[in-house]
Design a protein around this ligand. Structure first.
Ligand SMILES: [Zn+2]
Length: 93
């Protein structure tokens, strides 16, 4: 049975493995004690890779943390590519 690793987005330290593949789930983290969101490990890796070197196709730095995770999730789990994203930058209009 393949398992998926999920990481706590609060402490970024604790990982849990589950036999199902979802983008994230929320549970009380046994490490930091927060009721935290655990994000799919592959999604978080993609997120961190973009934090290290932002993709040219996206205005990565302007996205919020959750938006970034959503983009990473779509790339990793839904087979999207960067071309699928139209990032609408709202310049305060
Ligand atoms: Zn935690």
């Amino acid at each position: 049975m393949p398992t998926v690793t999920y990481r706590c987005t609060n402490c970024l330290d604790h990982t849990l493995t589950r036999e199902y593949d979802v983008s994230h789930f929320s549970i009380r983290c046994p490490n930091c004690g927060e009721f935290a969101r655990f994000v799919h490990g592959g999604v978080l890796e993609q997120y961190e890779a973009f934090e290290e070197s932002p993709p040219a196709e996206l205005d990565w730095g302007r996205l919020g943390r959750m938006e970034k995770l959503v983009v990473a999730e779509k790339l990793v789990r839904q087979g999207k590519t960067l071309d699928d994203f139209e990032v609408e930058v709202d310049d305060g209009a």
